[in-house]
Every structure is written in C-alpha cells, then in structure tokens.
Design a protein around this ligand. Structure first.
Ligand code: NAI
Ligand code: MG
Length: 358
C-alpha cells in the first residue's frame, strides 16, 4: 500500500468549500485504485487564525509542514479581517520561499464544454514553467534624490543555477508531453540578462536532442497565445514573463475558477505546494456555487508530482467528461452547484467509465 501524507490548508473563503470537495475526490481515487492511500492532516492557518493568534501560522508551522509529502492549499485572504499583504506574506509567500519552491507550473488548456473567450481556440494544451525564485522580482536596487532628479534602480537577478534549473525542468516535462519547449525571451531589448538566458537555453537544449526547441520574444509570444495557442507545448519563462503569460493562459481557458497551479520544490528537501490560481472569492462565499475544478485539477498536478501520472490523466479526463456533459458552475455559464459538479466527478470515477487516454 502506497501512502501519501498531505497537509491541507483550506484557508479562507471558498478555499473551505473547494478543498473538502477535492479531498473527497482524492479519497475516491484511492478507494477505486485499492493500493493507494491519502492521509490528510488539516491546518487551520487563515485570516481567522490570525485574529485569534496574531499570526498567520504557528511559530513552528514550517517545521510541522516540512514532514509532509505535499501541501494542498485552498486560498488565503479576507481583507475584512486582515490586510492582504499580511495574510499573503505571512503564509503563502513564506511557504513558497522557505520551502524553495523555485518552479511555478501552470497549465493553459482548452477544456471540453468550457467556452474560451477566443473565437477559434483550437485544441490548445500548454504548460508554462515559470522560474519562481529570482529574475525580475528581486529587492536589489534603490532610489536616490528627490523631486525631478529622483531615480529608481531595479535590478534583475539571473543565476546560471536558477536558469538551468528551470530550463531542465521544462525539458524533462516536455519529454513526457509533446516534446517541444519554447523559451520566452527578450534578447532584442534586454541587454544582459536575456542574451544570457538564450545562451543557457541553447546549452540545455543541446542536452535533449529529441526535444524540439525554439525561442520567442515575449511580446510576440503573448500575441501567439491569442492567435495560435495550439502551437505550444511547454513554455519556459523568467519570473515576470511567466507571471504575465500564465494569467493570459488562465484567461484563454475561460475562467479563473478552473485554473490550477503548482509550486514545485525540485531539490527534494521540502514539500511542494498545490493550489488553484483563484483567491478566496468573498463575493460568492457560502452560496455553494464555487467552481471546484481549479482545486480538483491541482489534485491532478499533485498526482503527477507523486509519479501517479496515469491517475492524474484519468482525473483530468473525468473533469472534462463532466464539463463536456454540461455540469458547469455559474462562473462558466452553468447552473450547477459545487456539490453537484463534485458528485458527478466522484460518480464517474467510481463507475470507472472514463478510460485513460480518452
Ligand atoms: P478571486 O480569485 O478570489 O476572485 C476573482 C473573481 O473570480 C470573483 O468574482 C470570484 O467570485 C471569481 N472566482 C474565483 N474563484 C472562483 C471559483 N472557484 N468559482 C467561481 N468563481 C470564482 O480574487 P480577488 O477577489 O481579487 O481576491 C479575493 C481575496 O483572495 C483577496 O483577499 C486576495 O488577496 C485573495 N487571493 C488569494 C490568492 C491565493 O490564495 N493564492 C490568489 C488571489 C487572491
Ligand atoms: Mg499573477
């Protein structure tokens, strides 16, 4: 019996609605499979926790979370209780940084039955690998003088280690997909860091002769996400470029409610963290209509991370079978509830009707 120990942090708002739904789905997968068990331990870290304890997590919170195989997070944030920068930095960013989750992974895929805002979306299926620890998001730099002489300097940090790490990750991933990696660059405009990025991309690409590789400038690449999203497989990008591209990716999927994300620790020292792209959605909390698919899809990414890729694929096929049959929450144009969509997914998993690779 294979056992995975998972720390769940439902967090705030609809995190408390979609995390239990996704946990039910994972338990169903384990039951159907027979040789697998997911052991969840819930942590109450949230804005309510902050009100009670004056902090977003225990002082030894990271110490506790460290020993799990992964962290399964809902959403954090309730600005009526705690300001967003406190809740974000006190929990999410702390975990991402301290646990060296240096890669952020976000798929952008056309989901059957969900309307993309694109007129002719074709059948796109992209995975963006975003470098998540350095690049343009650094605190190096400063400001000098005041008034009309004021100057701000913002430095970007690109290390060979961090860049190679993200690129290798992208090629390894592409080897299991359609064997194509596209690098997001801007070496025609950015003088030092992007030519360096391109050089390393060429070096790493040479290690993977079976995988097709190309480079696109980020401005053109953004346009291609709209005009030809079906031309891409894996896209590797720096922190800033990846941030922008992945929001664009979620947008062409049709709703933030279905978009998943993974923060990956690649050195194996700490757990990775799986969370949907959306936040706590205070405008719909308690109505029973939050879309559980973003959270359930993060469970698929967690299965992939555990090496249970067939199960992950089966789960994604099941999600698509349900959306394709019109079981949709209001954010994607339907009338169904969180519970109904979850029941449909669970029911199909139990009946084993959705074949792998469908
Ligand atoms: P949001 O993602 O919570 O909501 C944006 C819009 O999308 C809302 O209209 C909401 O109803 C809708 N939506 C989001 N998820 C949905 C789902 N699963 N099903 C149906 N509709 C869904 O972003 P917003 O409103 O900017 O932020 C609300 C709170 O969440 C803030 O406190 C913010 O800081 C926090 N937040 C947390 C994130 C995280 O935990 N990673 C990410 C984004 C925001
Ligand atoms: Mg963003």
């Amino acid at each position: 019996m294979k056992k995975y120990k998972i720390a769940s942090i439902p967090g705030d708002g609809i995190g408390r609605e979609v995390v239990p739904a996704a946990i039910d789905v994972l338990h169903t997968i384990a039951d159907v499979h027979g040789g697998l068990k997911f052991q969840f331990e819930e942590f109450p870290y949230s804005c309510n926790y902050y009100l009670e304890h004056g902090k977003m997590m225990d002082d030894d919170g990271l110490e506790k979370l460290k020993n799990f195989d992964s962290i399964f997070l809902g959403a954090v944030g309730d600005a009526t209780l705690v300001s967003d920068h406190i809740s974000l930095w006190g929990l999410l960013i702390k975990i991402r940084r301290e646990f060296e989750q240096v890669i952020n992974l976000r798929p952008a895929k056309l989901v059957k039955g969900v309307r993309s805002p694109l007129v002719n979306p074709k059948d796109f299926d992209i995975m963006v690998v975003r470098e998540n620890s350095e690049g343009e998001y650094s605190s190096v730099g400063g400001r000098i003088y005041q008034g009309e002489d004021e100057i701000a300097i913002q430095n970007a940090i690109f290390s060979r280690k961090g860049t190679e790490r993200a690129m290798r990750f992208a090629f390894e991933l592409a080897a299991k997909r359609k064997k194509h990696v596209t690098s997001a660059t801007k070496s025609n405009g950015i003088f030092h860091s992007m030519p360096f990025w391109d050089e390393i991309f060429k070096e790493v690409a040479a290690e993977y002769p079976d995988i097709k590789s190309d480079s696109q400038h980020i401005d053109a690449l953004s346009a291609f996400f709209i005009t030809h999203p079906d031309k891409f497989d894996v896209v590797v990008a720096s922190n800033l470029f990846g941030d922008i591209l992945t929001d664009l990716g979620a947008a062409i999927m049709g709703s933030i409610g279905i978009a998943p994300a993974a923060n990956i620790n690649v050195n194996g020292k700490y757990p990775s963290m799986f969370e949907p792209v959306h936040g706590s959605a205070p405008d719909i909390v308690g109505k029973g209509i939050s879309n559980p698919i973003g959270q359930i899809w993060t469970a698929k990414m967690m299965l992939d991370h555990f090496g249970e890729e067939e199960l992950g694929q089966e789960l994604l096929n099941t999600i698509e079978a349900v959306t394709n049959d019109g079981f949709l929450t209001p954010d994607i144009g339907g009338k169904h509830t969180t519970a109904e969509v979850t029941e449909q997914i669970i029911g199909r998993l139990k009946s084993g009707k959705v074949a792998i690779g469908n």
